[in-house]
Each structure stands twice: as structure tokens, then as C-alpha cells.
Design a protein around this ligand. Structure first.
Ligand SMILES: Nc1ncnc2c1ncn2[C@@H]1O[C@H](COP(=O)(O)OP(=O)(O)OP(=O)(O)O)[C@@H](O)[C@H]1O
Length: 683
């Protein structure tokens, strides 16, 4: 029989008690069983993942006397990792458990469906421990032989009041260490000589942009080995970096007689393809000597491919012992790079190589744990450069910047390494998408409310009656019409892939009727009813799929999109076509046997998280029908900025967008503090 724990049954004392001591819980539910039972209930409620409870149970088998509180802490660290946080901050968890754990909002406890009792939320249990218990909590954790301080390799690490799984603690330390080293390597470039050419490359900005942040970003990246260039959609990140690469290659060829080894990468195949295209366009607009043009990379690849992902291991072929052979690396969409991948990249990057991280700091962070770009860019929109850098920038660009940060910014280890591009060239001044993105980013809820009556043609809001709303399905069918027509006419796979890329349904959630799971089913059913597709499950012609796990053998990576079509070269049998780069044709569609794809999901609708790194002509963004912890400013900003020319938002909850705009994500991550400590800067 399953036991339910009532409020009060699991007290702080019982959590602190060693197994064997009399716990303050009912006789049926004792010691380790009590906490395991509680964790199982939370898993049943889908508040925790089965993995979280398994980990706690697995580790407790290695420490038979493990206290229930330590077991609870392990499950919560694992839960936090699943939400992208690299650690569990004990003090914050006690101070504001609801917000930190982001478990069912509003309710403090939930009545069990069978009426046997009340299931408490994790937040409720922690709230009863009380804020002042943090010292006792850390003592309990520190006493566990499975939890160390990082000097020896233990499964978990407790640092100050933060509990980590060892692997993530190691990665966070390594990322900070590697970034810190890179910051301290002085550059051997004779940059003064490059000033005139820099001015020439940004000549066209001179008459209409002040200050010219693109030119300043380029100057900053010449100055040092680590530069982060952040900017919203269309602010010229690629344009700027293309000019930087041209300038550096011209210099290398003139001074060394040979070009630099440069690589361009992005976290997903889709993002790499976009980078290849936009670098190509930026190069077309530059006047360059043929040998310089030839020396510039024409193609971007995925980070996994660059590092040499292996299908049988989490480790890469390139690491500290087998470093990459390159002089300069550009990483686009760096906000999507999680902590582990960043640690692997930095380990494999030679010390002398210049690293340029491009990305939008305001976007959602990576799907996996960590928020490296966001962490590095904290407070970066306000200028806080050192005097030395200000003088250099003035000499190189003629721009005299004014410091906007208080003097305290001197303790900021990243202050000279980040630049934010501010002007978007993608959205016209009268663009609703641009304005909406601005209001969301600024947390301007009143502005968001006003926009719908301002007559913008590129944004629309539709109130829905329920998940089965006919209008919703109608809008989606209309959006995919061109794709479905081309597919039925048996057009060229690449052309059909392009048609798919012109419209996309995005969902804030994954589960439930408003999530991708429910919506994908309803879309397929409606299409089948209209005779547009032949089945609603399995492989059918027209089914768009997204790769959900990297497959280095097939050279397919998380986020890659394919479409299922009859292949004329295989007697009409179904194949899944993916876009790939091609030396001769620029790009082509590559056919893969459906049976070889084991980690895919249908992509009529995809989550905003999965859409990162992609762009679509038009999007339809489905928001849930009630407040939800997933609904945040970063999420809706990311969704809205996926659209190039039209963004339609739909929800059965009028305040969904306003609610999201008012909520920020804060990921627990401490790279900045580590960098600060390493540089001997105290805040
Ligand atoms: N200084 C400029 N003056 C005029 N147009 C510009 C300028 N900089 C960039 N653009 C144009 O703006 C568009 C977007 O530029 P770019 O692709 O470099 O931006 P991005 O920040 O890399 O975009 P994305 O967010 O899509 O990655 C391009 O069409 C580019 O030509």
C-alpha cells in the first residue's frame, strides 16, 4: 500500500535525524521509507523527474546512514539541473522555495486525488524548515561522506551554501579558469596599424550611427583574446564579425605571409546553416582582395562536429591533450551553449586562439544546465570599460565613450570583454515585432498591452476559446498550406524544406493541451481529416521532424529539422530529408532512412526552447491558458524574435503575455564570482 504523508508529518527534525533515530513521522512511514515515499509522490505528481528520485535512492545505497534531509537535497539538486540550474542554492531555497524550485505555483499543498491525505509540495516542506536553518542544513550535508568540498572527487560538492553535482561544479570552475586565463593573455597584434583599415570597413556607418557600436565591437575584439558581442536580432553581429575576420586576415597575410586558421561554429545544425548564409551575405557586401576572400571561412559547422563528438562517449576527440588547431574561433548563438559544452570547448581551445562569442544575452539560456553567456553579460548594456580601454577605443575609432557604470564596476572581471550592439537593422522603425520585443525586454507590461491597438501589421493577438478552438487549427492549416501543397505536388525536397521554414507553430509548453504534445496530435488529426496527410502517427509523407539527440554518425544534431517525403530515387519509399551544405551547390537536401532516426519528434509545433537558433518568416506562438512558471520574459522574447515578418500570438488567457513579461528567469550560476575571485577582485 502506498502511504501519503500529511502536512506536519515530515518535520525538519525528521529530515535532520539520522536513520534509526526516532523520526517525527507516523509509524507506518518511517526513516528512509518516508523520504523515498515522499519523493515518489512528487514524481507521481510530475513535480520531480524519476531521475531525481533515482539519484537520491542510488546514492543513499552508498551511504546507508544518509539522513532524509541529505536525500531530499540530492533529489532537489537533480531537479534544479533539469531546470537548467547548475546548483541548488540552499539559502535561496529556504528564503523563496516557490520561486527557486519553480514547482506548482500558487498552491502550497495539493490534495491527493484519492482523498487519503494531502501531498505537500517541495516548497512547503522547505518552508517549514525556516530560513534560519541554513547553517544546520549545510552541516548535515558537509557531514555526508558523499559530499565534499571539491578537493577530492565526491559525487556532490558543497561550496558555501550551494550544493552541486561534482561534474557541474568541476565544469563551472573550469570555465571560469579557462576564461580567466584567456583574459590575461596579452595580444601581440600591432593594433595601431589597423586603425585606418578599421575606419574604412565601417565607413558607411560613420554618417548615421553614433556611437558606432559595431566598429567599437570590432576594435574591442582586436584588442584581446576573449570578446563577447551581444545584440538582439539583426543588430549586425555577423556583419561586424565578418569585417573583423577580413581585417585580421589582411593583417596576417601582410605580416606573416599566411592566413589565420579560422573556424565558425554554432550549437545546432540549423544555427550553423543560418550563420553560413549570413556570413555569405555579409561577405558579398565587402570589397576584398581575392586572396583575402579565399582565406575567409565560407561555412559554419556545429560545435559538436568541431570538437569531434563520439557516438559512444560523452567525451570529445578534441580536449586539453588534443587541442584544436586554430587561431580564431567564432561561436554564434552562444546563449544556447550550456555549461558542459562550454567547458569542453574551452578545454580544447589553444590558449593563443582568439575567441569571439556572439549571441543575444536576453534570449532564453541553453536547454541544458548553465547560463554562461547571460552570466558573462550581466549589466553589460551600461558601459563600464576601464580607462585604458576607453583610451584605446578612442584612439582606434575616434569615439569618446562616457562611462555609465558606477566605479564599483572596476571589480567586474568581464567589464572590458563585452560589447552590446544596440541598433536593429532587421526591423524597420515601424515594426511591431521590433517594438514588441523591446517592450518585453524592458519588462514594460503597459507597453505590451498598448501595442495591440497601435495598428501594427506584423503582429497580431487572438483570444482563443479552448484548445480545440477551430480558429486556432484554421490559422495553423493556413500557415502550412504552401508547404502541404508543394509536398503534394512532389516538389524538390529543398524547396519543400524552405516552404516549411516560412511558417512555424511555437508553444511555450511541452505537455498538456497547450503544449507541443497535445497540439502536434490535433494538427495531424485535422490534416488527416482534410486528406492532406495519410496518417497521424508513425512515418507519413509530410511529417516534419526535429532531431532531439546528437547523432555524430549520421551527422545530425539536436535541433536539426527534416521532412518526410516519398523519395523518387528510392521507388517512392519514405525518406527524411535534411538540408546540408554542399561545396558545389551551396546547399542540398540529404535523404536519411526513417528507421535510422531514433531520437526525433514531430515538429508541426515545437517548443520555444527548441526553436532557439532558428528563424521563420511567420510564427504562430501558442501561450498557455493560465500562469505557469515556464512563462517568462526570456521565453516570450525568444519566441517573438524568431519571426522575421509576422508574429501571431494566441492564448485562452488574456494576460498570458503580460504575465510572462513581468517574470524573469534567474539561473543559479556562479562563473562571474569565480572569475572575480580568480582575478583577486572583490565586490
Ligand atoms: N551598419 C549597418 N548598416 C546597415 N545595415 C546593416 C548594418 N549592419 C547590419 N546591417 C544589415 O542588417 C541585417 C542583419 O545583420 P546581421 O546578420 O549582421 O545581424 P545579426 O545580429 O547577426 O542578425 P541575427 O540576429 O539574425 O543573427 C543584414 O541585412 C545586414 O546587412
Amino acid at each position: 500500500m502506498k502511504h501519503r504523508i500529511s502536512p506536519g508529518q515530515l518535520s525538519f527534525d525528521s529530515l535532520l535525524e539520522e536513520e534509526g533515530a526516532p523520526p517525527d513521522i507516523t509509524t507506518e512511514v518511517t526513516g528512509s521509507l518516508a523520504i523515498d515515499e515522499l519523493l515518489d509522490q512528487w514524481v507521481e505528481m510530475q513535480w520531480l523527474r524519476p531521475l531525481d528520485a533515482h539519484l537520491a535512492r542510488f546514492l543513499s545505497e552508498h551511504e546507508p546512514t544518509m539522513s532524509p534531509l541529505v536525500r531530499l537535497s540530492i533529489a532537489l539538486v537533480s531537479h534544479q539541473l533539469g531546470r537548467g540550474h547548475v546548483c541548488l542554492d540552499l539559502e535561496q531555497a529556504l528564503t523563496d522555495a516557490d520561486a527557486v524550485l519553480s514547482l506548482p505555483p500558487q498552491e502550497r499543498s495539493v490534495r491527493a486525488a484519492d482523498g487519503m491525505g494531502v501531498i505537500e509540495t517541495p516548497a512547503h516542506v522547505l518552508a517549514r524548515l525556516g530560513v534560519s536553518s541554513v547553517g544546520l542544513w549545510t552541516e548535515q550535508l558537509a557531514a555526508s561522506p558523499l559530499i565534499g568540498d571539491g578537493r577530492a572527487s565526491t559525487p556532490l560538492v558543497l561550496e558555501q551554501q550551494r550544493l552541486y553535482l561534482y561534474r557541474f561544479w568541476r565544469c563551472e570552475c573550469d570555465v571560469a579558469l579557462q576564461l580567466g586565463r584567456r583574459m590575461n593573455i596579452s595580444d601581440s597584434l600591432d593594433i595601431a596599424l589597423l586603425g585606418p583599415r578599421l575606419a574604412e570597413l565601417f565607413q558607411r556607418n560613420a554618417d548615421h550611427v553614433t556611437p558606432d557600436w559595431q566598429q567599437l565591437a570590432c576594435a574591442l575584439a582586436l584588442y584581446q583574446r576573449l570578446t563577447v558581442i551581444s545584440g538582439g536580432p539583426g543588430t549586425g553581429k555577423t556583419t561586424t564579425v565578418t569585417r573583423l575576420l577580413a581585417l585580421l586576415q589582411e593583417n596576417a597575410l601582410a605580416s606573416e605571409g599566411q592566413p589565420l586558421a579560422i573556424r565558425l561554429v554554432a550549437p545546432t545544425g540549423k544555427a550553423a546553416a543560418r550563420l553560413t548564409e549570413s556570413i555569405g551575405r555579409a561577405l558579398e557586401r565587402l570589397t576584398l582582395a581575392p586572396e583575402i576572400r579565399r582565406s575567409l571561412p565560407a561555412e559554419a559547422t556545429t560545435l559538436h562536429r568541431l570538437l569531434g563528438a563520439r557516438s559512444d562517449s560523452r567525451h570529445f576527440r578534441h580536449d586539453r591533450q588534443h587541442p584544436l588547431s586554430l587561431d580564431l574561433l567564432v561561436v554564434d548563438e552562444a546563449s544556447m551553449v550550456d555549461l558542459e559544452l562550454m567547458a569542453a570547448l574551452l578545454a580544447a581551445l589553444p590558449d593563443q586562439a582568439r575567441l569571439i562569442l556572439l549571441g543575444d544575452k536576453d534570449q532564453l539560456a541553453s536547454v541544458e544546465a548553465g547560463a554562461v553567456l547571460g552570466d558573462l553579460c550581466q549589466g553589460a548594456e551600461r558601459v563600464g570599460y576601464s580607462d585604458e580601454l576607453m583610451t584605446y577605443l578612442q584612439t582606434m575609432t575616434g569615439t569618446c565613450l562616457e562611462r555609465e557604470q558606477p566605479a564599483a564596476s572596476a571589480t567586474d572581471p568581464m567589464r572590458d570583454h563585452v560589447v552590446v550592439l544596440r541598433q536593429s537593422y532587421r526591423f524597420e522603425a515601424g515594426s511591431g515585432i521590433g517594438r514588441l520585443a523591446e517592450c518585453i525586454n524592458a519588462g514594460d507590461t503597459a507597453g505590451v498591452r498598448r501595442l495591440w491597438s497601435a495598428g501594427y501589421e506584423d503582429i497580431a493577438w487572438q483570444r482563443l476559446s479552448g484548445p480545440g478552438d477551430r480558429q486556432l487549427i484554421g490559422l495553423i492549416m493556413e500557415g502550412y498550406r504552401n508547404y502541404l501543397e508543394l509536398m503534394q505536388q512532389g516538389g524538390d525536397p529543398l524547396e519543400i524544406l524552405d516552404a516549411l521554414g516560412r511558417f512555424q507553430v511555437l508553444c511555450a509548453l511541452r505537455r498538456g493541451p497547450w503544449g507541443t504534445e497535445g497540439l502536434n496530435e490535433r494538427i495531424a488529426e485535422a490534416m488527416e481529416r482534410e486528406g492532406l496527410i495519410a496518417a497521424t502517427s508513425g512515418w507519413y509523407a509530410g511529417r516534419p521532424v526535429m532531431i532531439t539527440r546528437n547523432d555524430p554518425q549520421l551527422a545530425l544534431y539536436n535541433g536539426d529539422i527534416g521532412i518526410t517525403l516519398p523519395d523518387s530515387r528510392a521507388e517512392g519509399r519514405l525518406r527524411v530529408f535534411f538540408e546540408v551544405a554542399d561545396d558545389q551547390k551551396g546547399r542540398r537536401a540529404r535523404a536519411v532512412l526513417p528507421g535510422r532516426l531514433d531520437s526525433v519528434e514531430t515538429a508541426w509545433a515545437m517548443t520555444v526552447h527548441k526553436s532557439q537558433g532558428s528563424e521563420f518568416e511567420r510564427i504562430l506562438f501558442v501561450l498557455p491558458d493560465r500562469p505557469n512558471p515556464i512563462l517568462t520574459r526570456e521565453l516570450v522574447y525568444t519566441a517573438v524574435t524568431r519571426a522575421r515578418s509576422h508574429c501571431q500570438l494566441v492564448s485562452a488567457f488574456d494576460e498570458a503575455l503580460v504575465h510572462a513579461t513581468a517574470r524573469r528567469v534567474h539561473r543559479a550560476s556562479h562563473i562571474r564570482e569565480r572569475l572575480q575571485a580568480a582575478a583577486g577582485l572583490s565586490s
